[in-house]
Design a protein around this ligand. Structure first.
Ligand code: GLP
Length: 241
């Protein structure tokens, strides 16, 4: 486990983006696993800027997003489909056919879970999985209690996660209660993991995840078992490490 402590948010964005860019430049047909949330936004801005400067080329990159809400149309402003296009995909040259985001069509969810797993395997597996961390230690939408051997599945979001996500919606009632997410096993099978966190509200959960017991009560604690884990954090998030 390699922890990189950055002095501020700018340093955090540049450090994370440099790692992703280096991996793409050494393997142009890399398979990336990507998160949503506020955590990767500075990374996505920096990657868009590096692309504009000609320092990275996404034309052969394949992406798999970690998760998607159930109960929101893809065209909805708060869907992760929309989030990814707004924050990253429309700014870079990734091919539309190489972008994978779990399909949340309510009629085919069970099949989508199986097909998402198969597609990842057929792509050769995820080379670099970028992750954020929820306040309760969730990764993707794998809430506390999710088995470590889980694959892509449908999950009921915890009250804490629904409350945390309410800031993005007009009313709390509009926040989706379910999601489709890569499982913990799916994430752990990635060849490399880059865990990102910034801000003081992530300090406590990072401490629990990285220095406490490995337990399904804190899903991110499983990451300590991964042989190739890098953590990029700012000073505030790393203040208790
Ligand atoms: C959501 C996402 C996670 C993300 C988490 C943290 O629940 N499904 O992948 O890591 O939020 O969000 P934020 O980065 O906004 O703190």
């Amino acid at each position: 486990m390699n922890i990189i402590k950055c002095k501020d948010i700018d340093d955090y964005a540049k450090t994370a983006a440099q790692i992703v860019t280096d991996r793409i430049n050494s393997k142009p047909d890399i398979v990336l696993g990507l998160p949503t949330g506020s955590t990767p936004v500075p990374l996505y801005k920096e990657l868009s800027s590096l692309y504009n400067q000609g320092k990275v080329d996404f034309s052969r990159v394949t992406t798999y997003n970690l998760d998607e809400y159930i109960g929101l149309d893809r065209s909805s402003e708060q869907s992760y489909y929309n989030f990814m296009h707004t924050n990253l995909f429309k700014h870079i040259n990734v091919k539309a056919e190489n972008i994978n985001i779990p399909n949340n069509d309510p009629n085919g969810l069970e099949m989508e879970c199986l097909e998402y797993e198969t597609a990842i395997k057929e792509s050769g597996g995820i080379d670099l999985q970028v992750l954020g961390i929820g306040h309760n230690g969730h990764i993707g939408f794998n809430e506390p209690g999710t088995p470590f051997d889980s694959t892509t599945h449908i999950i009921e979001l915890s009250e804490e996660t629904i409350a945390a996500n309410a800031r993005f919606f007009d009313t709390p009632a509009m926040v989706p209660k379910k999601a489709i997410s890569m499982g913990i096993r799916t994430i752990m099978l990635s060849k490399e993991i880059l865990l990102l966190a910034y801000g003081k509200d992530k300090a406590e959960i990072l401490k629990r995840a990285l220095t406490g017991d490995i337990t399904t009560d804190v899903p991110a604690s499983v990451l300590k078992l991964h042989p190739n884990l890098t953590i990029v954090v700012d000073e505030e998030a790393s203040s208790l490490l």
